[in-house]
Design a protein around this ligand. Structure first.
Ligand SMILES: [Zn+2]
Length: 104
């Protein structure tokens, strides 16, 4: 999967940047209940920016991109879905897309 440089999500253009490292201090800890100190991707809906670590495998980058897209697509929900749900959904979507060889 090629990682795009721009994605339109809920009509907003999100820039997608691949980075060497994500500083945990730059991530709002309140948005990460799993409390992991290693970040593979981030989504900032205020600035419409998604970052993904460039050292990941192509498959892992795809899962992380789907994960961050779900954040962008659901951050206005009245009842936000949990980090755990986003984690599980991103893996399930990646599996469904790749196993079924979906192309749009
Ligand atoms: Zn997340």
């Amino acid at each position: 999967m090629k990682i795009p440089k721009v994605l339109y999500l809920r009509s907003f253009p999100y820039t997608v940047t691949q980075v060497d490292w994500i500083d945990p201090a730059s991530v709002d800890a309140g948005k990460n209940p799993l409390k992991t100190q290693v970040y593979y991707g981030t989504c900032n809906s205020e600035t419409q920016e998604i970052t993904i670590r460039k050292d990941l495998s192509p498959e892992r980058k795809a899962v992380i991109l789907i994960h961050e897209m779900i954040h962008a697509l659901t951050d206005d929900f009245a009842r936000p879905i949990t980090e755990r749900q986003i984690h599980d959904l991103s893996h399930r979507l990646y599996d469904a897309i790749t196993r079924n060889k979906l192309e749009f």
